[in-house]
Design a protein around this ligand. Structure first.
Ligand code: ZN
Length: 407
């Protein structure tokens, strides 16, 4: 489906600063910092929204984290191919449509458009491939066929299930023991209690048509795809096997990323992603910000209230992407003040040379996307005094290229 328009990313190399260093990020699967330094071409998959309640601050923080990763890769001179999906048919979307009396397809379309508008306002780099589940039904059918050929598919009534233990390394992403897996699976949309399954953790690949729900005629029967296989099929089609980073919020570690990895490995016999990178959860009013709890702060509401999207972006960047944190209105005020101070600083006819700040920004971002450290480096530059007439150009370019902050 249609993506949105990316902001132009300026080049520090063009200003004589050369290329940035290779990027290190925390990999959930190994629990360690890993260098994601592919040869010339980086491939990234980030799980997209299920289109309702878009775009809350938790969503925005997640997509911003992977925006920083892309900016660090671009600064290092790499080409980036970025794929993001939209789960535009799934249980939560259909439940919301029913609850509000809105047609599910119309709800999805409106929310996807709102998401595009918010991402554009926040200057988040757009995916090269923005792919919906509905437009990927054939891909899913093909992948279920591959899994079936590998002997990893079985039927419960008219639904198709994936035998997770067909993958000898099932659990490689989360590292959870079975007790934890069972508990989390039940909490996050799984069906460990369903009778007729070979193993309680086996997950749905294809759901046969339910009364009143959308369904598609395929060789698997009339129905719709499961969520995990949707992402696996889209990632493989648009990035291939062994891509660099699978990303998303930390609530996707299990079962979603675990299942997608296992399905892909069993279907292809090859590695899915090299690294699994997860953003923390954003809370509000003492709880995780989520659609199910209804405690949402929406980017669009802040924009409509006249708040500067650049300040919203800066408020999000004040938190390390992997930390869980709570949104307070006051954070936006702090960000607005910080932004005003930076704008005054770059408007000076001359200032302290920006070279050290560029180095500090690159060091911070390539060390597990440490945006808070990067902001401190800019604060330090802005508070200093100097006589470099090029300082303004250097700093504006560096902030735009590496942090997506346009002064
Ligand atoms: Zn996904």
């Amino acid at each position: 489906m249609r993506s949105w328009t990316s902001p132009i990313v300026p080049s520090l190399d063009d200003l004589g600063f050369g290329r940035g260093p290779a990027v290190e990020v925390h990999d959930t699967a190994t629990g360690a910092l890993v260098t994601v330094d592919p040869d010339h071409h980086a491939r990234l998959y980030v799980c997209g929204i299920t289109p309702y309640d878009a775009t809350h601050m938790g969503h925005a923080a997640t997509y911003l984290a992977f925006d920083l990763l892309q900016r660090a890769w671009l600064d290092a001179g790499l080409t980036v191919t970025y794929t993001q999906n939209v789960t535009d048919v799934d249980d939560p979307l259909l439940e919301r449509a029913t609850a509000t009396g809105i047609d599910w397809a119309e709800l999805a379309e409106n929310q996807i458009e709102l998401f595009r508008t918010d991402m554009t306002a926040l200057r988040v780099l757009a995916p090269d491939h923005y792919i919906g589940a509905v437009e990927s039904i054939d891909l899913v059918v093909d992948m279920v066929g591959q899994l079936d050929a590998a002997g990893a598919v079985y039927r419960v009534d008219d639904d198709l299930y994936f035998d997770v233990h067909a993958d000898a390394d099932f659990g490689a992403v989360s590292g959870y023991d079975e007790t934890t897996m069972l508990q989390v699976f039940g909490e996050r949309g799984g069906d460990p209690e369903r009778a007729g399954k070979k193993h309680p953790l086996d997950c749905l690949l294809w759901q046969a048509e339910r009364p009143g729900e959308p369904a598609w005629d395929t060789s698997l029967g009339r129905g719709r795809p499961g969520w995990h296989v949707e992402c696996a099929a889209i990632a493989l089609e648009h990035l291939g096997t062994g891509f660099d980073v699978q990303g998303g919020g930390s609530d996707l570690v299990f079962p979603h990323h675990e299942m997608s990895r296992s399905e892909s490995v069993v279907a292809t016999g090859e590695n899915f992603a090299h690294s699994y990178v997860h953003a923390g959860m954003v809370g509000y009013d003492g709880e995780k910000m989520s659609k199910s709890k209804g405690n949402l702060v929406l980017v669009s509401a802040l924009r409509e209230a006249g708040r500067d999207p650049v300040a919203i972006r800066l408020a999000l960047l004040a938190h390390h992407y992997r930390s869980d944190w709570e949104w307070f209105e006051a954070e936006l005020v702090v960000a607005e003040q910080r932004l005003a101070a930076w704008r005054i600083a770059v408007d000076r006819p001359e200032g302290p040379a920006g070279d050290d700040m560029v180095s500090a920004l690159r060091a911070a971002l390539t060390h597990d996307l440490d945006a808070p450290a990067a902001l401190r480096a800019v604060d330090q530059w802005a508070a200093g005094a100097g006589h470099d007439p090029r300082a303004s150009t250097t700093v504006r370019t560096a902030l735009d290229a590496l942090l997506g902050i346009s002064l």
